[in-house]
Design a protein around this ligand. Structure first.
Ligand SMILES: Nc1ncnc2c1ncn2[C@@H]1O[C@H](COP(=O)(O)OP(=O)(O)OP(=O)(O)O)[C@@H](O)[C@H]1O
Length: 334
């Protein structure tokens, strides 16, 4: 039996694996629960995520990738190995080839770390590809034509903005501002405004259920529970969309600014194409309410959220795996 080639979206927030000929077979949070005293991995993925903020002293729930890069090499390797074992693609006679997506501005050292982690997890050959390019392919953009396509991929740790033409990146920017920073901003706002401590998961819940980044874009409210900083006791408060919009304004404008600077550096012919075709937003951050309207208003260009934005990179790896033999010949990256 031969091993099947696989594509991996190795994200700060989630790992998705696409198996050639099968589609997306794994979609789990990038979290590992470890016993600090023994160094043993206890749970990986969804089971580990349930433990975030709820572990006793000796157990730690770790996110081994931070800001879109590997913060803890050993734990990333353990996580990758666990997921690859779980999907069971190794053949009796062969190991799989792996196409892994990473942010645009990672260093050579970080690239090497990702490669090594994949090799130790059983890869025969590892190909690294830039995330915005694969996201654009997964979102259905015709990036191999001689015309401008712009994608804004908002993940957990990084936002990648890129203009692509003829299969390659023409101008790009990668910033460490994305979904996780939004959660941190919400957490800080609740702390400052209500003197209430909440966890990361509650902050994310607020972001998903009531937040908006477009002024007056949404009017919802949610009751949340946390620990009162003065009395130390549990307390419930109600937060509204409008206040979260204000709390997120500065952070989201960093993303708008990155997109503006990429457009400013884009050759005029390609800019004209982008006006015609619009910008596509991918990644989980594309799901934050009002981001499409805000970008459209600020950039004066039509903006569309991709279908299933969180799956675009994984889907893109699937499309690229169909051409992996060509990729292998041409060596696709840096
Ligand atoms: N409905 C939603 N509304 C707002 N944000 C959301 C929604 N669903 C998911 N997110 C956010 O999307 C982010 C995760 O997106 P994604 O899985 O694309 O990131 P990633 O690929 O793991 O990260 P990176 O590209 O930085 O490595 C998280 O911050 C999550 O809170």
């Amino acid at each position: 039996m031969l091993a099947r080639d696989i594509g991996i979206d190795l994200g700060t927030a989630n790992v998705l694996i696409h198996v050639r000929g099968k589609g997306i077979v794994l979609d789990e949070p990038s979290v590992v629960a470890m016993d600090r005293t023994t160094g043993k991995v206890l749970e990986v993925g969804e089971d580990a995520r349930r433990m975030v903020g709820r572990t006793p002293g000796n157990i730690e729930a770790i996110r081994p990738l931070k800001d879109g890069v590997i913060a803890d090499f050993d734990v990333t390797e353990a996580m990758l190995k666990h997921f690859i074992d779980k999907i069971n693609v190794r053949g009796f006679l062969s190991k799989p080839r792996m196409l892994i997506c990473c942010p645009t501005n990672i260093t050579k050292v970080e690239q090497k770390a990702i490669r090594e982690a994949a090799e130790k997890s059983g890869a025969k050959k590892v190909y690294l590809e830039e995330e915005p390019k694969v996201a654009a392919i997964g979102a259905g953009m015709e990036i191999f034509q001689p015309s401008g396509n712009m994608v804004v991929d908002i993940g957990g740790g990084t936002t990648d903005v890129a203009v692509l033409s003829m299969g390659d990146i023409v101008t790009a920017s990668s910033i460490k501002m994305a979904g996780d920073k939004f959660d941190q901003e919400i957490l800080s706002y609740i702390k400052k405004e209500y003197k209430l401590l909440i966890g990361e998961r509650t902050a994310e819940e607020i972001k998903i259920s009531v937040a908006t980044v477009f002024p007056d874009g949404r009017d919802e409210e949610i009751d949340i529970r946390g620990r009162d900083m003065v009395s130390g006791l549990p307390r419930t408060i109600t937060v509204r969309s409008s206040e979260i919009e204000k709390a997120l304004h500065e952070s989201v404008m960093v993303i708008v600014q990155a997109a503006k600077s990429v457009l400013e550096r884009t050759p005029p012919e390609l800019s004209a194409d982008i006006i015609d075709r619009g910008i596509i937003i991918t990644g989980g951050g594309a799901l934050i309410h009002g981001i499409d309207k805000l970008l459209a208003e600020e950039l004066k260009v039509p903006v569309l959220v991709a279908e299933e934005p969180m799956n675009c990179v994984a889907k893109g790896t699937g499309i690229m795996l169909e051409n992996i033999d060509k990729i292998a010949k041409n060596k696709i990256r840096r």
